[in-house]
Design a protein around this ligand. Structure first.
Ligand SMILES: C[S@@+](CC[C@H](N)C(=O)[O-])C[C@H]1O[C@@H](n2cnc3c(N)ncnc32)[C@H](O)[C@@H]1O
Length: 226
């Protein structure tokens, strides 16, 4: 099994999620799948595809320091972290409540090598050049100060380290764009201005040595090396 298949398998083994958010993020509940189709026009394979791409830069047996921001409930990252027992992992989020779910999930999955830190991505409480990898899943469409988030994730990453992740971009699917503006922005889950694929590619190219940007419907996936 290659790394990509290994990551997808970890999600499949997660079982049924316990709440609407987790069900939507994993496409593993009826309501979750309904939202994924109605808003994102994605099926479970699409979900697995966009969630596994950011982890492709983290090799099997990774032993370095990894920062995940924002961790949320850890529903996407914890199954993968379970496959990295030798990594030194730090998870950060603004919301203590979301992070409490992530902490419980880590406990359930018996993951001992993860530390949890409450904080703001725009002011990360870490030294310059301190991580070998920074992963950000579904965060940049929520962060209010996106420039600060890009600067801070870059600052804490070592030279040669990887920055990878995924988030919603505008302009890739007109139906999803309408749904996001109507429901997600009003509810405060997503914070404009949103990026387009082209804007994201250009921004990352001005910062990183190598950049790969792709998408699954309205979700952009990026893999960069500093
Ligand atoms: C859509 S969730 C994504 C969480 C997780 N990565 C996932 O994919 O399930 C967005 C998260 O961003 C966090 N967040 C929003 N603004 C933040 C900030 N300025 N600093 C750190 N976390 C923030 C929220 O608390 C929330 O948990």
């Amino acid at each position: 099994m290659n790394r990509k298949e290994e990551i997808k398998e970890a999600y499949r083994n997660l079982g049924n999620a316990h709440n609407v958010y987790d069900g939507m993020m994993t496409g593993s509940t009826f309501i979750g799948r309904l939202i994924d189709k109605a808003v994102w026009q994605m099926d479970r394979e699409d979900i697995l595809e966009y969630q596994s791409r950011p982890f492709e830069v983290i090799p099997a047996g990774f032993k370095g320091k990894l920062l995940e921001v924002p961790v949320g409930t850890g529903v996407i990252s914890m199954p993968v972290f379970r496959t990295l027992p030798e990594a030194d992992i730090t998870c950060l989020d603004y919301s203590a409540r979301m992070m409490e779910s992530a902490r419980k999930r880590a406990e359930t999955l018996q993951i001992a090598n993860v530390a949890f830190v409450q904080g703001d991505v725009g002011k990360l409480p870490f030294e310059d050049n301190s991580f070998d990898a920074v992963v950000s899943l579904n965060g940049f469409h929520a962060f209010p100060d996106k420039d600060a988030a890009y600067e801070e994730t870059f600052r804490v990453l070592k030279k040669g380290g990887t920055f990878s992740g995924c988030f919603y971009v505008e302009g890739a699917n007109a139906h999803t764009d309408r749904m996001i503006r109507t429901f997600y922005v009003r509810s405060g889950f997503f914070t404009p201005p949103f990026e387009t694929m082209e804007f994201l590619q250009n921004r990352l190219q001005t910062m990183y040595e190598s950049v790969e940007v792709s998408n699954v419907q309205s979700i952009a996936c990026f893999k960069c090396r500093k």
